[in-house]
Design a protein around this ligand. Structure first.
Ligand SMILES: NC(=O)C1=CN([C@@H]2O[C@H](COP(=O)(O)OP(=O)(O)OC[C@H]3O[C@@H](n4cnc5c(N)ncnc54)[C@H](O)[C@@H]3O)[C@@H](O)[C@H]2O)C=CC1
Ligand SMILES: N=C(N)NCCCC(=O)O
Ligand code: NA
Length: 505
């Protein structure tokens, strides 16, 4: 087991320095794998939101924006690259903090830090490329006008992020917003904020101009809500539950503030009868047990062709028994704890409701016997599911998959689309034409063919329906933080000639 690090004691990161929260309150940091309190974080309130937003506003317009918001993208790219390098330097201690705070296996946390650094690098490239996209001419059918566009930073952005990939979900927003020239107030989840606070320390080390990125930890209603309704915040970017997403959108609507929302999901993985069963089983497991299923795009509904269903489930159970469920820091751990007691209780309730509604718990469903402390739940497979059951309809956000059989391709598509959510969907088949057809038929923002969950920084990420709107990552992620300005010039020497000129006498 890795050595336990000291948990840094941080304040709120505002205006380039550390500040105690105005009301002096702090929240405990709990390691969900041991239930131990391992540190504390500041609890910001509306007073601190005021100070942080003012710092971001000042940084946005400082020196007329010359050093940040209106500086060439190449200037900002240098900071993004420096942040990426620091993340790499501190990779093992950041990964350890992430694992301790969230309960995810250390190997996964390490992978997250690779993705964090890669995301800062990627948006450094896009910040540079932005310079070449300015003054892009618009083709017009007349000679007397010339138009071009400017892509400008949207302003001060409020970001409210979740606990499932604490630093990575923040990075998906912070990196493109900095690339665009925005300034930011980030409010991470109170359940796992440690790595986001360390990002503040990294900003100081790379000399990021004060106020460009402010990080305020605290509770949703106390710190998140005043940020989402603040009149001086120009945009809100949110990842989290659909319920909170609705509240944020309502608050932002009062100020006609744009929002992007990345919300829940109930994504399906469809497996046909022409596949290599063991390979498909492994993707099905990765789709729901990776990060203990606490993934918005988790393929939590497994649709099996009736011809292979029995054999598939036998193999799925055999493979699942083999998953190492342990303290996240143990070598080879593949399933850690869930993030919190609240989440643990919620998942157990989903399982007991499924049972009482008549579903079968084919595997798992309880606390692993060898783990007496910590919020651990066995990887769980639920069969005999009907489409009216809660387990089919609602997001569990835990290591729990529900299974249904289908006969035909159209039945599979209908089942997959039988949800208010629309984040992702996946299909496994050797028939490439069928995969193409299904990729068009699924009502989701993401489709995976012959896999589940790969997340590529270059490719757009986001959902339809109640999974939200707007796209993160790739060039779409940058557009999220830019506004397009039309600049039109009259270039004829002739007067406009609409009104009668007054008499010269
Ligand atoms: N799409 C995703 O990636 C995520 C989905 N979820 C879903 O949400 C469920 C509940 O998890 P929670 O931690 O309660 O999610 P949540 O949506 O309440 O939390 C996400 C963020 O929103 C903030 N927040 C909460 N209330 C707020 C408010 N009134 N105004 C502004 N910000 C607010 C939180 O402090 C946190 O930073 C999970 O079981 C899962 O189904 C949770 C986390 C991530
Ligand atoms: N890093 C991976 N594989 N996935 C990220 C999922 C992000 C989400 O739950 O919104
Ligand atoms: Na925690």
């Amino acid at each position: 087991m890795a050595a336990q690090p000291t948990i840094p004691r941080r304040g709120l990161f505002i205006g380039g320095g550390w500040r105690e929260p105005s009301l002096g309150r702090r929240l405990p940091v709990i390691n969900p794998a041991t239930e131990a309190t391992i540190g504390d974080i500041p609890a910001a309130t509306a007073e601190d939101v005021e100070i942080a937003v003012a710092a971001a506003r000042e940084a946005f317009s400082r020196d007329g924006g010359r050093h940040w918001s209106r500086a060439p993208g190449a200037v900002r790219a240098k900071f993004l690259r420096a942040i990426a390098a620091k993340i790499k330097d501190r990779q093992s201690d950041l990964a350890l903090l992430e694992a301790l705070d969230s309960g995810k296996p250390l190997d996964e946390a390490n992978g997250d830090m690779d993705d964090v650094a890669a995301c800062f690098e990627y948006y450094a490239d896009l910040a540079e490329a932005l310079d070449g996209k300015q003054r892009s001419p618009i083709s017009l059918p007349m000679e007397n006008f010339k138009s071009h566009t400017l892509k400008e930073p949207i302003g001060v952005v409020g970001m409210i992020t979740p606990w499932n990939y604490p630093l990575l979900m923040a990075t998906w927003k912070v990196a493109p917003s900095l690339a665009a020239g925005c300034t930011t107030v980030l409010k991470p989840s109170e359940l796992a904020s440690l790595t986001c606070l360390e990002l503040g320390a990294i900003c100081t080390e790379v000399g990021l101009p004060p106020g460009v990125l402010n990080i305020i930890t605290g509770l949703g209603p106390e710190a998140g809500a005043p940020l989402s309704s603040h009149p001086d915040v120009d945009k809100v970017a949110f990842t989290g539950s659909t319920e909170t997403g609705k509240r944020i959108m309502t608050a932002a609507a009062q100020m006609v503030k744009p929002v992007s929302l990345e919300l829940g999901g109930k994504s399906a993985l469809i497996v046909f009868d022409d596949v290599d069963i063991d390979k498909a089983v492994e993707w099905a497991m990765f789709g729901i047990f990776f990060n203990a299923g606490q993934v918005c795009s988790a393929t939590s509904r497994l649709l099996l062709h009736e011809k292979i269903a029995k054999q598939f489930l036998d193999r799925l159970v055999a493979w699942t028994k083999n998953i190492k469920v342990s303290d996240p820091l143990e070598e080879g751990c593949r399933l850690g704890s869930v993030v919190s007691e609240g989440q643990y209780e919620k998942i157990k309730k989903f399982i007991s409701t499924a049972r009482s509604e008549g579903a079968t718990i084919l595997y798992g469903g309880a606390r692993p016997q060898h783990l007496r402390r910590g919020f651990f739940i066995e990887p769980t497979i639920i069969t005999d599911v009907s489409t009216s059951m809660q387990i089919w309809r609602e997001e569990v956000f835990g290591p729990v998959v529900c299974v249904k059989e289908f006969r035909t391709e159209s039945e599979a598509v209908e089942l997959a689309n039988d949800t208010h959510y629309g984040l992702a969907g996946a299909v496994i088949s050797n028939d490439q034409d069928r995969c193409e057809r299904i990729s068009k038929a699924l009502h989701s923002g993401i489709v995976w063919i012959n896999c589940s969950q790969p997340t590529l920084v270059q490719a757009p990420w986001g959902g339809n329906k109640r999974s939200g709107f707007g796209r993160e990552l790739g060039e779409w992620g940058l557009e999220n933080y830019l506004t397009v300005k039309q600049v039109t010039k009259y270039c004829s020497d002739e007067p406009w000639g609409w009104y009668q000129p007054p008499s010269k006498l």
